[in-house]
Design a protein around this ligand. Structure first.
Ligand code: SF4
Ligand code: SF4
Length: 76
């Protein structure tokens, strides 16, 4: 049996202030800024959905507690 680990980044749009620090910090360039605005009028970062290596760079660069969550998913 093999187990595949997959990293998933969840960014809460309304917790994001649009500073782009996470986008610049990501070594895999898998985060981008939205063209839509959140409820406070800021563009927000989002995960393209593939390629995250779980390094934590985005999480540690973000000044907004609760905006970014990184989870590890395991698939059999
Ligand atoms: S954990 Fe690392 S690779 Fe994944 S989105 Fe954040 S900065 Fe990019
Ligand atoms: S670092 Fe945080 S506040 Fe800044 S764009 Fe990324 S998620 Fe939004």
């Amino acid at each position: 049996m093999s187990t595949n680990k997959k990293n998933v980044v969840i960014i809460e749009p309304d917790e994001c202030k649009g500073c782009e620090r996470c986008v610049l910090a990501c070594p895999k360039s898998v985060l981008t800024m939205s063209t839509a605005l959140n409820k406070y009028g800021f563009p927000y970062a989002f995960y393209a959905g593939d390629g995250c290596i779980g390094c934590g760079g985005c999480f540690y660069s973000c000044p907004e507690p609760g905006a970014i969550t990184i989870i590890e998913e395991y698939e059999d």
